[in-house]
Write a protein that binds this ligand. Sequence first.
Ligand code: FES
Ligand code: FES
Length: 157
Amino acid sequence: MTRTHLVVNGSAVEVDAPGLRSLADVLRTDLGLTAAKLACGRGECGACTVLVDGLPRTSCTTPAALVRGEVWTSEGLAGENADLRARFADTGAFQCGFCTPGQVVHATALLREGLHALPPDERRERVRTALSGNVCRCTGYQAIVESVCGIAEERGA
Ligand code: FES
Ligand code: FES
């Protein structure tokens, strides 16, 4: 047993994380936090995105034993981003259950940056560029970008 101490969604947990066992595997298998999806499994799609110390990280390529900061998953961020998820649902930005959780987690971090202070074109570009790593072949991203930008404006108001 290789015990690793993590703080996940505000709670201290101890898990068995030998070698390069991924954070995604620990979250999903040991902790039952399945919102972060394992899709590509090699850091290319963003479906497994979580926040570590507030920054988006692909949990499939993050060895759990090396994590030092607090981990927040989509489950733990549900209160903070309820407005964003509602906007996704209302505007058709919601894609499938694989890509959307990662997009929402990443956008939650973006919304902490004070996007509302940026001019609209810069804000859109910032969001579009940031979310380009959360891959979905099924969308043009327009509704997603507009949803995030709209929430940024509302929160800044
Ligand atoms: S499953 Fe982690 S980046 Fe694709
Ligand atoms: S990958 Fe989720 S809808 Fe395209």
